[in-house]
Write a protein that binds this ligand. Structure first.
Ligand SMILES: NC(=O)c1ccc[n+]([C@@H]2O[C@H](COP(=O)([O-])OP(=O)(O)OC[C@H]3O[C@@H](n4cnc5c(N)ncnc54)[C@H](O)[C@@H]3O)[C@@H](O)[C@H]2O)c1
Length: 425
């Protein structure tokens, strides 16, 4: 029997991009929040009011700390229980195989604190079945309680879009699920306090699949335009103009644009969670995902090929040439470099002996690809480079300035004004 009424003690396990945003929002609406993370340095800097997540400004973090209801913690020493716990820890791939060790460790640490009537919610992206088949047994064994009858358990995928001010945690509908109707009600009741709209689904595996469907959809469509961009270039047709024209269709078409490859935590990883599950359970290959991986993984090599071809047309080798990478993060207006295509592009060019420089005002100096000299974006830097490879369309980069002062630009995002010296992917 459940004994506890829903209360306001929240534990968020993992204070990264997802967990920190959630913790700060929960404090705003009145929760008493422990933000737990195994990374003691991260906890120290959060406690000092320094956020490393663009979407959570220092001022918001400091406001949360000032309430006295947000406590970053590297240990559960003085936590004696929780009403709700949310898990937002990494779910990487190790040699193509989902690594759920972080989830297992996080769940284990919660099992010791679990009390009757509490609610546990998984937010980490993962393959369908994780909540019921992996999380529930660990919690049950660790606590001696039963999911559904003694405590609530559910899954709710995070849809955060880093750097996107138009769709925030609060305004983006949140898919919610539970292992039974009462768990669903508890999970939904929690998020109804945090976001404008919740979308209930019938089971955690549906919610888990929803997240993977969304990311696989993006991954596949990006691969489609990437492959088409390569063919269109060889056919001598302006792909970007065709995309612009197709995008005027008010139904049945969604605009995706080519790029130097996919990065971040989601697209290079999440679809493979799904294809791994399909292979493991059904013995079949999820061909769309494999094809999309293949095309998108190839894009950094294609960017380098196009750059080499452009220099070759001018009778120049890469060896010893100064090349400026404009942007090294994985997408616009964020500093996240995880899986960013800039890494492979930099490595390929460094191997060819390029004199590599890069500017990215969002990225900390230690995060730049190795072999690259970080520089400020100035007209002199632009003019001194033999070629500029525009990898990220940050708002901080002034497109006219780049096009005016660079000798040659390979624009992989199609955002610079076109001209004799600007070539699009
Ligand atoms: N970043 C995004 O835009 C985004 C969007 C949707 C979903 N997701 C998913 O959310 C999950 C978290 O992603 P993220 O970007 O926040 O990751 P992150 O790496 O920014 O943060 C995860 C944090 O968890 C901590 N951690 C690891 N193991 C722990 C443990 N046992 N106990 C406590 N803390 C632990 C790490 O130290 C790290 O600070 C992933 O599954 C990811 O796929 C991320």
């Amino acid at each position: 029997m459940m004994s506890r009424m829903a209360g306001n003690r929240l534990v968020v396990v993992g204070q990264g991009y997802v967990g920190l945003a959630l913790a700060v929002r929960a404090v705003e609406v009145g929760f008493d929040v422990v933000g737990y993370d195994v990374d003691a340095d991260r906890i120290k800097s959060l406690a000092a009011g320094h956020s490393f997540v663009e979407d959570v400004r220092d001022v918001a973090l400091r406001a949360a700390l000032a309430t006295g209801r947000y406590r970053p913690a590297a240990a559960f020493d003085d936590v004696d229980g929780f009403d709700v716990a949310v898990i937002a820890v990494p779910t990487p791939l190790r040699e193509g195989v989902p690594d759920l060790a972080y989830i297992e460790a996080a769940v284990q640490s919660l099992a010791d604190l679990l009390q009757p009537g509490a609610t546990v919610i998984l937010e980490s992206t993962t393959y369908p079945g994780t909540t019921e088949e992996l999380v529930a047994p660990i919690l049950e064994q660790g606590s001696g309680l039963v999911a559904g009858s003694d405590f609530h358990l559910g899954y709710s995928p995070e849809r955060i879009d880093p750097g996107n001010p138009a769709h925030t945690l609060v305004t983006t509908p949140k898919v919610v699920s539970g292992v039974d109707p009462r768990s669903l009600a508890a999970v939904r009741g929690f998020y109804d306090q945090l976001v404008d709209r919740t979308v209930p689904v019938s089971a955690p595996r549906v919610a888990e699949l929803t997240k993977l469907l969304e990311n696989t959809f993006r991954h596949v469509n990006i691969a489609l335009v990437n492959e088409l961009a390569m063919f269109a270039n060889d056919l001598g047709i302006d792909m970007w103009e065709a995309i612009g024209a197709a995008s005027t269709k008010p139904f049945g078409y969604l605009r995706f644009t080519p790029g130097p490859g996919v990065g971040g935590h989601c697209l290079p990883v999440d679809p493979s969670y799904l294809s791994w599950q399909v292979r493991r359970r059904l013995g079949q290959s999820f061909r769309f995902v494999e094809l999309a991986n293949d095309v998108n993984d190839h894009m950094p090599d294609y960017v380098v090929r196009r750059l080499v071809a452009a220099l070759n047309r001018q009778g120049k080798a890469v060896l010893g040439r100064r090349i400026l990478l404009l942007g090294v993060s994985f997408k616009r207006n964020v500093g996240d470099c995880r899986e960013a295509p800039s890494r492979r592009i930099a490595r390929l060019l460094a191997d060819m002996g390029a004199d590599l420089r890069a500017c990215d005002p969002h990225v900390a100096l230690g995060e730049f690809p190795s072999g690259v000299t970080p520089v400020e974006l100035t007209t002199d830097e632009l003019a001194a480079a033999e070629a500029v490879v525009a990898l990220v369309d940050h708002d901080a980069f002034e497109p006219q300035m780049v096009a005016r002062h660079a000798r040659y630009v390979l624009d992989t995002r199609g955002w610079l004004p076109t001209g004799e010296n600007v070539e699009r992917l």
